[in-house]
Design a protein around this ligand. Structure first.
Ligand SMILES: Cc1cc2nc3c(=O)[nH]c(=O)nc-3n(C[C@H](O)[C@H](O)[C@H](O)COP(=O)(O)OP(=O)(O)OC[C@H]3O[C@@H](n4cnc5c(N)ncnc54)[C@H](O)[C@@H]3O)c2cc1C
Length: 407
């Protein structure tokens, strides 16, 4: 399929028999890490191995929402840095990532949720991230189309308002990072699946692919929803990750009506208006683990009902496309970023669940530093795999469940 075409990021490269590092997965985190390995550490003899095409996973399926107001002190600084990197990367990659910092509103529908949001806002402000608690009237001033009447299933009491958040064009991020990495000499091999990982004396030595063996002392697992299966079946290392399906959809294009990202954990729905005018909306996650990327009629009905209550002007608007992707969820909804244990040369950057788009730039930067130096940067220390065995889980589930199931 890709045989005759020149890839967008430059010339096609030959699959070599040895690289200094092999990255499994041409998604957001694989490409971001490859880019920073080459840019910051001069580690350019690197291969990104992608079984389908770059952006095949969550990278090309997400709803493009970015923000930095996560729940915990371990997470907020990472997401803050990631948010600040979008304009920097746009310039550096010379690629328009279409960052639109329109601001995010996470709606609250109960006093309990408002109290939870107070804690969240305090954590964000402590870390210098702009976040405010606003009441229903202020929500309406920001989004006139919002229904703040009492006569809906879950009346809106207020919102957590995060002005610096917004949306970034997801496929542009994938292509821009691929272009940036390739410009520095990284090889990107599409249509190439990793089928095994070689180990000798507790050290990574090679990667098997369906196009041949590659010798390498370092491997990064960045295979999104497939990471846990790869780690277990190829290395026998179990990761506490459940794979769930997330669905999303877009409406027909409309005139501008929604100039912020709005989300509600209670309605289990979020929406933003794309630059084309479509309302991109999502949040539904199938509750049972599975690897399907099928959508369901149940979800379409749910989404129509939720949007019709929150934004009544959308009644009668047509859904044009719907799709699904995989979310690799850890028990505390924070990622696993680790390296060198239990195998030397084995690095992991996975378990991103709902949050892997907004974080990819900063996570890639620090993961690259970890891989190049062998020392775990302070920013990544809370995200070890060991935290699960040591019962040191983070409270990021609160960033999602109590009031913000979105993105
Ligand atoms: C519908 C939906 C909406 C979302 N919305 C948001 C959002 O608004 N904001 C946000 O921050 N996040 C969002 N996410 C989550 C985000 O997309 C993911 O967290 C992110 O894509 C994870 O990035 P990744 O690089 O780890 O994995 P991916 O981007 O999934 O990339 C992994 C890649 O690995 C490849 N691969 C797998 N197995 C192999 C193998 N054996 N050999 C070679 N390659 C392999 C896959 O083909 C894939 O391309 C959403 C996800 C979905 C599905």
């Amino acid at each position: 399929m890709f045989g005759r075409h020149k890839p967008l990021w430059g010339k096609k490269t030959r699959l070599k028999s040895s690289y200094d590092a092999v990255i499994i997965g041409g998604g957001l985190h694989g490409l971001a890490t490859a880019y920073f390995l080459a840019r910051d550490h001069d580690l350019t003899n690197v291969a990104v191995i992608e079984k389908r095409y770059i952006g095949f996973g969550g990278g090309g399926r997400n709803t493009a929402i970015v923000r930095a107001n996560q729940r915990t002190s371990q997470n907020v600084p990472l997401y803050k840095e990631a948010l600040a990197l979008w304009p920097v990367l746009t310039r550096e990659l010379d690629y328009n990532l279409m960052f639109f910092n329109c601001g995010n509103l996470n709606l609250m529908h109960s006093e309990a949720a408002m109290n939870a949001a107070r804690m969240n806002v305090a954590t964000a402000q402590f870390h210098g991230v702009e976040s405010h608690l606003i009441d229903a009237k202020q929500c309406k001033e920001l989004i006139p189309a919002l229904n703040i009447s009492d006569d809906i299933t879950y009346p809106i009491l207020g919102a957590m308002y995060h002005p610096p958040g917004g949306i970034v064009r997801h496929d542009a991020v994938v292509w821009g990072l691929a272009k940036g990495a390739a410009r520095h000499g990284v090889h990107i091999h599409q249509q190439t699946a990793v089928t095994g990982i070689g180990v000798a004396n507790g050290q990574i030595v090679s990667v098997e692919t369906d196009r041949g063996k590659i010798h390498t002392p370092r491997v990064l697992l960045a295979a999104g929803g497939y990471s846990a299966a790869i780690s277990y079946h190829m290395l026998g290392i179990k990761l506490p990750i459940s794979v769930l399906t997330i669905q999303a959809m877009v409406t027909q294009p409309l005139k501008p009506i929604l100039n912020h990202v709005v989300s509600s954990g209670t309605y289990h729905a979020y929406a933003n208006q794309t630059l084309k005018g479509e309302i991109a909306t999502g949040a539904h996650m199938d509750p049972w683990p599975n690897y399907t990327t099928q959508t369901t009629a149940y979800y379409i009905k749910h989404q129509a009902e939720a949007l019709a209550e929150m934004l009544p002007c959308l009644r009668g608007v047509k859904f044009m496309r719907h799709w699904a992707g995989l979310a690799d969820m850890t028990p505390d909804m924070a990622p696993i970023m680790d390296g060198n244990a239990p195998l030397k040369g084995y690095f992991m950057n996975c378990g991103w669940g709902y949050f892997g788009f907004k974080s990819c730039a900063a996570a890639g930067k620090y993961m690259a530093r970890f891989m190049a130096t062998g020392n775990c940067p302070d920013m990544l220390k809370p995200f070890t795999l060991r935290r699960f065995a040591q019962h040191r889980l983070m409270g990021e589930t609160a960033a999602l469940m109590s009031y913000s199931p979105d993105n």
